[in-house]
Design a protein around this ligand. Structure first.
Ligand code: NDP
Length: 287
């Protein structure tokens, strides 16, 4: 673990990443725009850099964990000469387009670029359950995988630098809609005097069990044939009962209406006897 690493950005996340490197014995140079945020890391053995140029020149591997895409350019644009020949792993949250822009910027500067999307909160870094998605330079990923694994499970999605961010956002989309579904259920039972905590005790094992169906949906979607026998048809999945029961409880039906609209478009197009996975087509072809 003698590889020298520099970490730019010591917010909550950058500090957690630097701490994991120091604990594993990597000589680590740290820099933050606002002074003072390096103190705890220096106590753990980090070397503070006075300027960004000093930080970059200190290591062949530079980690950027800043606020957003613009802050990465603010910090690194003046340093392209210093960065040339080095590897930049940028775990700042950026959109797929912004990640691709940074990869092109790095390529022009002769910088090896790997983009990361962090699927964890700072206190999870280095613990089971922390997952970080990467795309961009395959060489950088494979060369530094032991170091990346100090932060969490590291998964590489390909040399298109935008893919880590795309996966990150797609996974978050799945999470938010699932959470909204849980909260809808909690709102349905609340007028009956059932607490959200009581509902969660039933919802958590139910939703966990239902994730077992994802692979089956995926197979149907990838096969493109939604008529596959043995699945629930769209007409059967019709959410009218859920909408009615929600309305009877006096709560908003927005969450179930959204799913019902996706179903209805396929029924209207004559696909009512096909499987629920067919709503994929409603999403792929917006109304
Ligand atoms: P913080 O707000 O704690 O820290 C932001 C960091 O960015 C600080 O070091 C700040 O410096 C620096 N910064 C902001 N703007 C500039 C700028 N223009 N120039 C130089 N430095 C700048 O955020 P986090 O550490 O939590 O997040 C960092 C990144 O990690 C973000 O992209 C975030 O989306 C991502 N992330 C965070 C997660 C989390 O749970 N915290 C989860 C997943 C991803 P200063 O101290 O001077 O303000």
């Amino acid at each position: 673990n003698s590889l020298q690493v520099s970490v730019l950005g010591l917010g909550a996340m950058g500090s957690a990443l630097a701490t994991a490197l120091l604990k594993a014995g990597h000589p680590t140079t740290v820099w933050n725009r606002t002074p003072g945020r390096a103190d705890d890391l220096v106590a753990l053995g980090a070397t503070p850099a006075g300027t960004t140029a000093d930080a970059v020149r200190a290591s062949p591997l530079v980690i950027a964990c800043l606020l957003d895409h613009a802050s990465v350019h603010d910090v690194l644009d003046p340093l392209t000469d210093d960065l040339a020949g080095r590897t930049l792993i940028n775990v700042t949250t950026t959109s797929p387009t912004q990640s691709r822009e940074l990869a092109a910027w790095a390529a022009r500067a002769g910088v090896t670029y790997l983009d990361g999307g962090i699927m964890a909160v700072p206190h999870m870094i280095g613990l089971p359950g922390s997952s970080i998605l990467y795309s961009g330079s395959a060489d950088a990923f494979h060369q530094h995988k032991p170091l990346l694994d100090l932060w969490g499970t590291s998964t590489y999605y390909g040399d298109d630098a935008g893919l880590a961010s795309l996966y990150d956002l797609a996974l978050l989309a799945g999470m938010y809609v699932m959470f909204a579904g849980f909260i809808h259920g909690a709102a349905m039972v609340a007028p009956a005097g059932i607490t959200a905590r009581q509902f969660a005790a039933s919802a958590a094992p139910w939703l966990s069990a239902m994730t077992g169906g994802l692979a089956g949906f995926a197979e149907v979607i990838d096969g493109g044939d939604y008529t596959v026998a043995g699945q629930q048809s769209l007409e059967f999945s019709h959410l009218g009962d859920l909408q009615a029961a929600s309305a009877e409880q006096g709560i908003s039906t927005e969450v179930v209406d959204m799913v019902q609209r996706l179903i209805q478009r396929q029924i209207d197009a004559g696909h009512g006897t096909e499987g629920f996975a067919r709503i994929f087509e409603s999403l792929r072809h917006p109304a």
